[in-house]
Design a protein around this ligand. Structure first.
Ligand SMILES: Nc1nc2c(c(=O)[nH]1)N[C@H]1C(S)=C(S)[C@@H](COP(=O)(O)OP(=O)(O)OC[C@H]3O[C@@H](n4cnc5c(=O)[nH]c(N)nc54)[C@H](O)[C@@H]3O)O[C@H]1N2
Ligand SMILES: Nc1nc2c(c(=O)[nH]1)N[C@H]1C(S)=C(S)[C@@H](COP(=O)(O)OP(=O)(O)OC[C@H]3O[C@@H](n4cnc5c(=O)[nH]c(N)nc54)[C@H](O)[C@@H]3O)O[C@H]1N2
Ligand code: SF4
Ligand SMILES: [Mo]
Length: 715
């Protein structure tokens, strides 16, 4: 009777919001049903009129309800005890966390503490996180996953163009004559944009793919430059050499808008397509054709991803791409540009909000006294003078006993940072680890306190997508149990420490504060964002409707800079002991650490939990057949999984996704870093693959660790 009664009075509502997975920022509506039994999520649908997704979602977007409605959502604060995690009240959690922070502050000062924020959470949460670090703890030790994603983009494009973001918009894909997909796999990872590329291709747009793997787009490209991993600069310099040798460069554009041409010309004159081939392995004819096509196209756009940034040469790789676009004048117009495909739903926003150790919101440098004074005045506190530690810097400082307390939300570094063994050791060593999460991740399992976080469906805010579009996210559901938005619990800890810096009543109040302090957001309000489908920054007095294409008339630094860069070898090439190179990439049906996408039984059944892709030549040499169990070892450890024989990867290269905690490829990856940004070389390390007995079941990482612990105990 009760249920019938509830049904009688139930009402349903569709709430407009944005997909919480990737940086495309597709529009979705959450269908909720209100009845006597409460409010529940009853369905999900794409927004029909959204400018990018136009009534579509990819498989991950459609699976959002599984992640939100997960049975194992964390509902109360938890404290780690020798007997396992125990639920505690918010008051107890805040008191203990506050005491721990105060002790560390007194004993070692603010440098021993830091915050890692989340590119999955809202701008408002991220603004709160960096303000908490800077105005409450008084440290610039604040970072997030952009460090291991597009930090080389932020640093590289800032130097060359003056702004480290996608220069053009998603809609340019359908307005261009030539698309260059460089070290990215958009049909898998930016699926709705991948669909736009496929459509453009059908309509005659030319396509060049630069990737060591035969990706889906590589198979249908006009040219596939299948370079050796880590040889991007050698390839781009060979392209530039051919362009200058044939006088294909854009003289007028170079003359009017760039500086540094002579030095660039001179530096690439040492190479050409033939010399480049020795490093890249790409046939010289292909390089000459690509150089001609790209420089001669009326409009050509570069879309690039992790195959560019995740190298020790990451920042220079980005500079190389910028050199190429500038030399050919393929920038500042529709259908052109240097376009980093930002990965996470709000990684652009987390960077914009200043969750980086060297910049305040809006990329305003910590190093500049005037900027420090601006924020000190606005926040009415004194602020730290020096840039802070990066995320991996905090890991290293912990191992050196210089860092003791970390507040982390919405990241799972045990699965997603390089060299898992070292990462676990560092987290274990912390005196205080607070993790706010939706569900128990591998990282949360190592925390002293786990806090229940509200998901995107349970809070208001904004996400900024890869084309700089700031879009509204709306509360559709009450958070489960006692979960709170990240800005709310951060505010609670601040109050516990005696600070009112995070005393906001609503997400909108935070947005108004951040817009006032962030010049590129200064023309935005919630009402303005609601009017259309968000606004693209910069949005200010000069551009009240936002900006679809950057650098049309001028660069923020005046003239763009051409900067010579040179090839560097990957840090760990193959050798006799570890004769194959491992690269890591993504699978369409899984996302990041898997903690959200793997809640969906529909996505789970698409792929086995852990895979090694290997070429038929190498498989034959190792006597492997399809799905053979294998052990994969690097200098840092080993994992067990199954082999998939595929000619997607060339001989000598093997690849693994990084989504699976059972067979975590980051047990193997190298932590060598780009000297500029500290980006680890996640895209190449040396490994050895060995067959396990044909009937063996590969052990999960937990099983391997348990076996090792038993061996140590002498069982
Ligand atoms: N399904 C799914 N989608 C996602 C994600 C996810 O986890 N799952 N994650 C999101 C995030 S955080 C991000 S950052 C984006 C990343 O999206 P992408 O940038 O597309 O990411 P990856 O698949 O890691 O790597 C891209 C390509 O780089 C190639 N590559 C490797 N080495 C080199 C090289 O030396 N040169 C060149 N030119 N290419 C190379 C690889 O073969 C691979 O095809 O995806 C986002 N979308
Ligand atoms: N080997 C290898 N490793 C890689 C990469 C690679 O290509 N190869 N790519 C790297 C890249 S590009 C990236 S971006 C990183 C990603 O690494 P992570 O950021 O660690 O990965 P995600 O899976 O996005 O983890 C996000 C977590 O946030 C939680 N979450 C979601 N929304 C919210 C929220 O609103 N509040 C809170 N508190 N939590 C929330 C989810 O439950 C999830 O557990 O991985 C990197 N690691
Ligand atoms: S393409 Fe990205 S934003 Fe769009 S539905 Fe898929 S995961 Fe969500
Ligand atoms: Mo990313």
């Amino acid at each position: 009777m009760q249920a019938l009664h509830d049904m009688d009075v139930s009402t349903s509502q569709a709430i407009t919001t944005i997909c919480p997975f990737c940086g495309v920022g597709c529009g979705m509506t959450l269908q909720v049903q209100q009845s006597g039994a409460g409010t529940r999520l009853s369905g999900i649908a794409p927004q029909l009129n959204h400018p990018i997704s136009r009534g579509q979602l990819c498989a991950k977007g459609w699976s959002t309800p599984f992640a939100i409605d997960a049975a194992d959502r964390i509902k109360t604060p938890l404290r780690r005890t020798p007997g396992g995690f125990q639920p505690i009240s918010w008051a107890e959690a805040l008191k203990s966390i506050g005491e721990s922070i105060r002790t560390i502050l007194e004993e070692d000062g603010p440098q021993a503490l830091g915050v890692i924020s989340s590119a999955r959470a809202t701008n408002e949460d991220n603004y709160a996180a960096q303000k908490f670090a800077r105005a409450v703890l008084r440290t610039n030790n604040v970072d997030h996953c952009a460090r291991i994603c597009h930090s080389p983009t932020v640093a590289g494009l800032k130097q060359t163009l003056g702004s480290g973001a996608m220069t053009n918009s998603a809609s340019d894909i359908e307005q261009t004559d030539l698309i260059v997909v460089f070290g990215a796999d958009p049909t898998e990872n930016h699926s709705i944009l991948g669909g736009h590329i496929l459509r453009a291709r059908e309509q005659g747009t030319r396509l060049i793919v630069v990737d060591p793997r035969k990706t889906r787009l590589a198979r249908i490209a006009d040219l596939h430059l299948q370079l050796r991993p880590g040889s991007n600069i050698a390839l781009v310099n060979a392209l530039l050499a051919e362009i200058f040798a044939n006088n294909w460069q854009a003289d007028q554009f170079l003359d009017a808008r760039c500086e540094g041409l002579d030095a660039l010309r001179k530096s690439v004159a040492r190479t050409d397509a033939d010399a480049g081939a020795e490093v890249t392995g790409v046939a010289p004819e292909l390089v000459r054709s690509a150089a001609r096509e790209y420089s001669q196209a009326k409009k050509a756009m570069i879309l690039y991803g992790m195959g560019v940034t995740q190298y020790v040469s990451g920042t220079n790789n980005v500079i190389a791409l910028s050199n190429l676009a500038l030399a050919c004048g393929q920038i500042g117009r529709p259908g052109t540009g240097v376009n980093p495909l930002r990965g996470q739903n709000n990684v652009q926003g987390a960077c914009d909000m200043g969750c980086l150790p060297n910049v305040y919101p809006g990329y305003q440098a910590v190093a500049e006294e005037e900027i420090r004074n601006k924020f000190a005045r606005a926040w009415q506190v004194s602020v730290a003078e020096h840039a802070g530690l990066t995320s991996l810097g905090m890991t290293l400082a912990t191992l050196e006993d210089k860092f003791r307390g970390l507040i982390l939300f919405g990241e799972d570094p045990v699965v997603t940072d390089p060299d898992q063994t070292r990462e676990r050791r560092a987290l274990d060593k912390l005196d205080l680890l607070v993790v706010a999460e939706l569900t128990m991740t591998e990282t949360a399992k190592q925390a002293d306190f786990v806090l229940p976080a509200a998901s995107f469906a349970e809070k208001d805010g904004t996400f900024t997508n890869c084309e700089r579009r700031v879009q509204r996210v709306r509360k559709a559901l009450p958070p489960p149990g006692e979960a709170r938005a990240d800005w709310q619990w951060l505010g609670d800890i601040a109050r516990e420490l005696g600070s009112d810096a995070l005393d906001w009543e609503s997400a909108e109040e935070i947005f108004d504060e951040l817009a006032a302090l962030t010049p590129i957001y200064s023309g935005m309000t919630y009402a303005g964002l609601d009017r259309e489908h968000g606004l693209q920054w910069p949005c200010n007095k000069e551009a009240p409707q936002g900006t679809a294409i950057l650098h049309s008339d001028r660069f923020p630094i005046g003239r763009a800079r051409l900067i010579p860069v040179h090839h560097v070898e990957i840090d760990e090439p193959a050798d006799d002991e570890f004769p194959l190179v491992l690269t890591t990439n993504r699978l369409h049906f899984h996302y990041g650490c898997g903690s959200m996408s793997r809640k969906s039984p529909l996505l789970e059944r698409e792929t086995p939990d852990g895979i090694l892709f290997i070429n038929s030549f190498d498989a034959h040499n190792l006597s492997l057949s399809q799905h053979s169990p294998v052990k994969v070892s690097s200098r840092r450890g080993f994992i067990e999984t199954r082999a998939i024989i595929s000619d997607e990867v060339p001989a000598g290269l093997v690849t693994m996704p990084y989504h699976f905690r059972e067979a975590p490829s980051n047990r193997l990856t190298n932590n060598a870093m780009d000297p500029v940004t500290k980006m680890p070389e996640l895209k190449a390390c040396a490994v050895r693959v060995e067959p396990l007995p044909a009937d063996a079941q590969p052990r999960t990482m937990d099983e391997i660790l348990a076996d090792e612990a038993r061996e140590v105990a002498g069982d």
